[in-house]
Ligand binder design. Structure first.
Ligand SMILES: O=C(O)CCC(=O)C(=O)O
Ligand SMILES: [Fe+2]
Length: 324
């Protein structure tokens, strides 16, 4: 495939401004076409990001043998997702408890109150922000009243987790002719994902035509993308795009992704209001945990199966014009 890439002007949702219909229509267009947009004035300070950034660097600087003691469910070492990717999961809603359990292993019981407190504060803010964004997306798709109703009835048990990611490029990254993938093409198994990326850049989204498009880092803006669970729930009206991370510079890259997900037992079925009169259902109903299982390899410690999406799992064949 051609490695040509271009960048794109994605809409920026400003949460301090009233959400006019023109904002909703460009947001709606972006969610349908790209599945990505930016959010600004989101209430998370620069100072908070710089604290999180230093804490992440600190966490990943711990010797590998200590990080491996965390176990494969919280720590993904290099050479699993890619040779350059390692990550730590901090689960919500008790981000502090999850961070403490990891800190106790990493720092041999030297208490790290700053780590616990910062991750709890950041996790809480991300949970709140992600829920507000889902409510906006539902009102945009279904109208204010119906959107609010579905938000309350179907999304109130959503939960979130954080993934801190550290990318270490190879020494010769700037001389390589082949593109270096820090994280291969995948879709997210979330309702929505909110990503903070540092200034190194490298996040790319794949268009419907298969073209890679840079999602550049912008100060004060977070990247939001639609995940597979929302794509299925919205009958494909909101798109979960394939994306990846490419490494071009000899610099470590840190990112923080927050994934808002349905509860495991949730049965996902697009409501009739979303499918619409005379339209076809694109996904059969499925239990959230079954999809997560489908994406996980049987081998413990393997990264999520890359290249498989909710379409492979629950996609229905649409009737063709010449079907009886
Ligand atoms: O590192 C990034 O910018 C994105 C990470 C990502 O796509 C993921 O963790 O699902
Ligand atoms: Fe992702």
């Amino acid at each position: 495939m051609s490695e040509l890439h271009s960048s794109l002007q994605l809409p920026v949702l400003d949460l301090t401004q009233p959400i006019h219909s023109s904002v909703l229509s460009s947001l709606s267009q972006a969610c349908k076409e790209w599945g990505f947009f930016y959010v600004t004035n989101h209430g998370i300070s620069k100072e908070m990001f710089s604290r999180i950034y230093s804490l992440s660097r600190h966490v990943f600087s711990v010797p590998l043998d200590s990080k491996l003691k965390l176990g494969p469910f919280s720590y993904t070492p290099r050479y699993i997702a890619s040779p350059y990717f390692e990550s730590l999961v901090v689960s919500g809603p008790d981000f502090s408890g999850s961070a403490k359990a990891s800190a106790d292993v990493l720092f041999q019981d030297h208490d790290k109150p700053e780590l616990r407190e910062t991750l709890q504060e950041y996790g809480d803010k991300m949970a709140e922000l992600s829920k507000r964004l889902v409510e906006i997306l539902l009102m945009m798709t279904l109208g204010e009243e119906t959107g609010k109703r579905f938000y309350q009835n179907e999304f109130s048990n959503c939960h979130g987790y954080l993934r801190l990611v550290n990318y270490t490029p190879p020494q010769d990254v700037e001389k390589q002719e082949e593109l270096v993938e820090g994280l291969g093409m995948h879709t997210d198994m979330s309702c929505i994902t909110i990503v903070y990326q540092d200034s190194v850049g490298g996040l790319q989204m794949r268009s419907k035509e298969g073209k890679w498009i840079d999602i550049n880092p912008c100060e004060d803006q977070l990247v939001v993308n639609i995940g597979d669970l929302m794509q299925a729930w919205s009958n494909g009206r909101l798109r979960s795009s394939e994306h990846r991370v490419v490494l071009r510079k000899l610099a470590n890259r840190v990112s923080l992704a927050f994934f808002l997900c349905f509860e495991d037992e949730k049965v996902i079925l697009a409501p009739q209001e979303i499918v619409g009169e005379g339209n076809f259902r694109r996904y059969k109903s499925f239990k959230c945990s079954e999809y997560l299982k489908f994406r996980q390899s049987n081998e413990v410690g393997k990264f999520e199966r890359i290249g498989y999406t909710v379409k492979d799992f629950a996609g229905l064949k649409l009737p063709q014009p010449d079907d009886p």
